[in-house]
Ligand binder design. Structure first.
Ligand SMILES: Nc1ncnc2c1ncn2[C@@H]1O[C@H](COP(=O)(O)OP(=O)(O)OP(=O)(O)O)[C@@H](O)[C@H]1O
Ligand SMILES: [Mg+2]
Length: 407
């Protein structure tokens, strides 16, 4: 069924308006009426109108002036068909210059008018489509630019991290060495001993923080390649939780897990995937307060596995969602977070052939959903050349693997 076209009929002569309105109604149009230019403008504020049919000659505000204001306020939302008298057809030409769709001379021939209304409506639909298309194009271009920026930032950042690691190690060692010297018996009495100690502590803390940054960045850049092997997913997740328990131990956080037996084993890089889990779990842990809940679950989806990490934290505000994967974006207090956790996480997951998505509701919580291939085609090939991969492949395909291993 064709959707009803809503038109607004603007004319100061009530009798003409009502007669025309009745006839257009009969032809299936939804007709609204206004008796002046200003009423027309105020009606446009709260009615969705596609086509306006307007008399040019009106006492208070002329049709041409009204048209000017309509076009200024709604350049692409509504088309205007002007009605002119026989002697004032020149007004119609002026109207078209300002942006009227067309003009008809009174008395109007109803079939002709109905046809014009349909054309004007088509024109509005096409304009809307064009606007939507342009908006979509812009959005894609924006996303691509952001992705490119992130990619080059990532390369730069990992390069720098690599270069900084060596001097960091030297600073750390030297600070440790200074501590040792200070601890010697004959040093106990030296002047400013406390200040020396404090300074060394500061150096060590700062180096630790810098180390955290390089560690994150280099974690996924390890020689630029990943080491794929069979990974027991529940085991890896349990291990990652264990690594964080000391952070959670003094708060009453409830961690639950639920694993889908069909996606117990996957082929991936366990070290990198562990970093993903640690980053996501440590964010969840930071987000939930006392008595919070974190649930981790896996679900089998054919050739893929979906891993959800859900928390009952405060949620992520809409204007942050786009930014959380950017490097160095953090809402933690200064010196607390690197803002690299999610950036690195996303990079690792990309590299492992997966994807990550976030769903968050303010005051309810956040869920990160990671989807990973159980096994990439090329991994099978690599695995095949090194091992007899038949077990593995049949496992992935859901064939006899379970039977073989059940005894
Ligand atoms: N589960 C979550 N709940 C609420 N906000 C989150 C959650 N995970 C991430 N965020 C938001 O995303 C930001 C970026 O996270 P990311 O892990 O990249 O860095 P960080 O946690 O701030 O620093 P670091 O990982 O070094 O500790 C966080 O500062 C926080 O604002
Ligand atoms: Mg983090």
């Amino acid at each position: 069924m064709m959707t009803e076209i809503t038109i607004l009929l603007v004319d100061d002569e009530a009798a003409f308006r009502q007669a025309l309105s009745r006839r257009l109604n009969k032809r299936g149009f939804n007709v609204l009426q206004a008796d002046s230019g200003s009423q027309c403008l105020s009606m446009l504020n709260n009615h969705s109108v596609s086509v306006i049919i307007m008399d040019v000659k009106m006492p208070e505000m002329s049709g041409i002036e009204t048209l000017r204001q309509i076009k200024k306020k709604y350049p692409d939302k509504v088309e205007v068909i002007l009605l002119t008298g026989q002697v004032s057809a020149q007004d119609g030409v002026t109207g078209i210059k300002i942006g009227a769709f067309d003009y008809l001379t009174k008395p109007v021939e109803i079939d002709h008018l109905a046809e014009k209304i349909k054309q004007a409506n088509e024109s509005i639909i096409r304009k809307e489509e064009r606007i939507a298309e342009n908006a979509f194009r812009e959005k894609v271009a924006h996303q691509m630019a952001a992705a490119e920026r992130l990619a080059s930032l990532g390369t730069l950042a990992t390069g720098i991290a690599h270069e900084i690691n060596n001097p960091l190690a030297i600073i750390n060692e030297s600070a440790g060495f200074l501590s040792q010297i200070l601890a010697r018996q004959k040093m106990l009495q030296i002047p400013c001993r406390k200040e020396f100690e404090l300074s060394i502590d500061k150096i060590i803390t700062a180096v630790e923080r810098a180390g955290k940054i390089t560690h994150q960045l280099l974690g996924f850049a390890r020689n630029g390649h990943s080491d794929y092997t069979r990974v027991d997913l529940p085991e890896l997740i349990a291990e990652s939780i264990d690594l964080l328990t000391h952070e959670m131990s003094n708060r009453n956080i409830d961690i639950t897990t639920s694993f889908d037996p069909l996606s117990k084993e996957i082929m991936t890089d366990p070290f990198q995937l562990r970093q993903v889990f640690i980053n996501l779990l440590s964010n969840a842990n930071y987000a939930v307060g006392e008595n919070g809940r974190i649930s981790i679950s896996t679900a089998n989806h054919g050739q893929e596995v979906a891993i959800s990490i859900q928390d009952t934290g405060p949620g992520i505000p809409a204007n942050h969602i786009e930014k959380i994967f950017e490097p160095f974006f953090t809402t933690k207090p200064p010196n607390k977070g690197t803002g690299l956790g999610l950036f690195v996480t996303r990079n690792i997951i990309d590299k492992l052939g997966g994807s990550i998505r976030v769903d968050s509701k303010l005051n309810v919580g956040t869920t990160f959903r990671v989807v990973l291939p159980k096994c990439l085609e090329m991994q099978i090939k690599a695995f095949e050349t090194e091992n007899s991969a038949t077990d593995w492949i049949s496992h992935i395909k859901g064939e006899s693997y379970h039977d073989k291993n059940s005894d």
